[in-house]
Design a protein around this ligand. Structure first.
Ligand code: TMP
Length: 248
């Protein structure tokens, strides 16, 4: 047995090698950053909560036919994943205007978009993760035209599945960010995580624009009760997953 090597440390996760070269172990951290790491802090218990939420969402997506890097959750804050070559792209899907879309277009926050908007950002901290046009993305060879079409298609399918699921939890999926990786056989699969760190989630049972926020915007904008909001998201997901069992 070779001892695990730290392969990469990101803002929210550390990746370790395992005995199986095609698999990595992801450790979810309590560390939180925002605005390209200009704001730093910790959200106590976030590692375990996000790992649990991402596990449930990956299982849901797999059950709906989406291939992800998820293999299993061997510990509360650990996820065993397939090793992929991560594309340097952040694929953002938006259902409702918020965040940078409002800042850059003037659309009022909360505007329901007529159809989901898929955007590509260059995952490059030094450049501040800029929004890309299709032509810039192709110019930089960050993906092939075929991969771009597939990313677009997968992002929309994932959005549809997650939107319906969160709605059943009385949560509105405002927007979210995805990352994809290439397997050795050049298959594009969903990677990274889906959690309150990477989504905007609004509580449907709250009308107050700040009170309804259940995601990292609570940390970004110092709204308080960050842990409570993340925990509430997990509790609702778990409760919903248990519902069919109750019926049987
Ligand atoms: P934005 O409105 O700031 O562009 O964010 C869109 C969505 O992407 C939102 O759900 C938060 C998520 N996101 C990340 O997961 N990582 C990031 O680095 C950024 C900027 C946004």
């Amino acid at each position: 047995m070779s001892s695990p090597q730290k392969l990469y440390e990101g803002k929210a996760k550390i990746l370790y090698t395992t005995d199986e070269p095609s698999m990595l172990l992801a450790h979810f951290k309590d560390d939180a950053t925002a605005f390209n790491a200009q704001k730093r802090g910790q959200i106590i218990g976030k590692g375990e909560i996000n790992c649990a939420i991402a596990t449930e969402l990956f299982r849901l997506l797999e059950a709906e036919g989406i291939t992800t890097h998820f293999i299993e959750q061997p510990a509360a804050n650990q996820m065993l994943i397939r090793r992929t070559q991560i594309l340097p792209l952040e694929v953002v899907v938006r259902n409702i205007a918020a965040g940078s879309l409002c800042q850059q277009t003037g659309l009022p926050m909360g505007t329901v978009l007529p159809r989901p908007l898929v955007e590509f950002y260059f995952k490059n901290d030094a450049l501040g993760d800029p929004l890309l046009t299709r032509d810039r993305l192709l110019l930089l060879e960050l993906a092939t035209p075929e991969q771009l079409d597939e990313l677009n298609q997968q992002a929309l399918e994932i959005n549809q599945i997650l939107k319906v699921f969160f709605n059943q939890c009385s949560i509105t999926l405002v927007d979210f960010k995805l990352e994809f990786g290439l397997t050795p056989s050049q298959e594009l699969i969903l990677a990274d995580e889906i959690s309150p760190d990477t989504c905007r989630l609004w509580n449907q049972t709250e009308t107050d624009p700040q009170g309804r926020v259940m995601d990292k915007d609570r940390f970004r904008h110092d709204l308080g009760k960050v842990e409570d909001a993340y925990k509430q998201v997990l509790e609702r997901i778990v409760a919903l997953k248990q519902e069919p069992e109750k019926d049987n």
